[in-house]
Design a binder for this molecule. Structure first.
Ligand code: PMV
Length: 349
């Protein structure tokens, strides 16, 4: 926890109300970026180099319940007490199972909670997280996880924060979490200010009930490099990265217009090109970052084959080996026949 993060949290909570409850709870959906976030301009506040645009996954995501040991007033003035406050350990449950404090899951949750702990008199928390996303499916559970955690904290303390502020706080846990405080299509504006106050997500005002996402879980192999380190390596060493921010801007424009016009072909093409361009920047980093496995390449070819035969299906891939397919309801049966392992998601219910 750095001073800059503590100050940021204090600013975001400056006008927050205080109406503590015994338990806070919230649900946040997972999301898949159609125009990806790749690269940070500032690490401590998790500020991105480029804006991004995603689709939230409806009822698929994380439900979190949080309680503090004992009842306390949570106000921003108690942040002034800062690090004198003794730190108590948290009990972190994932899908009903208590996680040992040294596991990476418990460590990430606890160090995020450290940002808010002074507001709760330094006490420990009990956190119960339920993911209804198949955790191995390569769907970003950190996005829904940190969004649900911030929203549950807001409920616990009675801060009454708006979505913009929730998005800014979720961003500190994981960049993509900034987008998971909303349903539907979401744009996270990178912003320019070093203080991070103009970097938050907003909902794109559109409902597209026929929009479908399919997950192809291809490999459960552990990611060789996490997204944080992967991004930094790409920004520092890839010559191709120079072209990335402009590509991201163009793709967001194209996708927004495509959403407005319900032009699925334009959206799919831009999303697929965006994902593969991101992977090109990763591969051109040094040492190279190759998240794709042989099965991923095989499926990329399979998508292109069925598309050449007339089936409108496009792909996107995050920093991992699994593919997400994009298609419309009218092609659901044909896509399921071409990809029998597909897990179907209806983002608009
Ligand atoms: O939010 P992070 O730090 O896990 O990074 C997410 C990076 C990508 O999933 C590859 C792209 C994105 O915009 O979600």
């Amino acid at each position: 926890m750095s001073d800059i993060q503590t100050q940021f949290v204090k600013n975001v909570l400056a006008d927050a109300a205080s109406a503590p409850k015994p338990t806070g709870s919230a649900f946040a959906p997972s999301n898949i970026a159609l125009a990806k976030y790749w690269g940070k301009r500032a690490a401590a506040l998790n500020l991105p180099i480029n804006s991004s645009l995603s689709i939230s996954l409806g009822a698929l995501g994380t439900r979190t319940e949080i309680r503090v040991r004992g009842s306390v007033e949570a106000t921003s003035s108690s942040l002034d007490r800062g690090s004198d406050v003794p730190v108590a350990p948290d009990d972190v449950y994932l899908n009903g199972v208590l996680q040992a404090p040294e596991t990476s899951f418990a460590r990430r949750v606890s160090s995020f909670l450290d940002l808010f702990r002074p507001l709760f008199a330094g006490r420990g928390f009990e956190v119960r997280t339920e993911n209804n996303i198949p955790t191995a499916a390569g769907l970003a559970s950190s996005a829904s996880g940190f969004a649900a955690l911030v929203m549950a904290l807001d409920d616990l303390a009675g801060w009454g924060l708006d979505k913009k502020r929730l998005s800014m706080l979720a961003r500190l846990g994981s960049g993509s979490a900034a987008r998971s405080v909303y349903d539907g299509f979401v744009q996270w504006n990178a912003g320019e200010n070093p203080d991070g106050t103009d970097s938050f997500a907003e909902r794109v005002d559109a409902v597209w009930p026929d929009f479908r996402v399919g997950v192809l879980e291809l490999s459960a192999a552990e990611k060789p490099v996490g997204s944080r380190d992967g991004m930094n390596r790409t920004v520092e060493t890839s010559a191709l990265y120079e072209s990335w921010p402009a590509q991201a801007r163009r793709d967001i424009e194209t996708i927004r217009t495509a959403i407005e016009n319900r032009d699925f072909s334009a959206l799919g093409a831009a999303a697929e090109n965006n994902a593969l361009a991101m992977h090109a920047t990763m591969m051109s980093a040094w040492p190279p970052l190759i998240y794709l496995q042989p099965e991923s390449i095989e499926m990329i070819h399979q998508v292109q084959r069925v598309r050449a035969e007339g089936l409108e299906v496009y792909l996107t891939i995050d920093a991992g080996p699994n593919l997400k397919l994009l298609f419309l309801a009218e092609n659901e049966a044909a896509v399921a026949a071409a990809f029998p392992e597909l897990q179907l998601i209806k983002p608009f219910g």
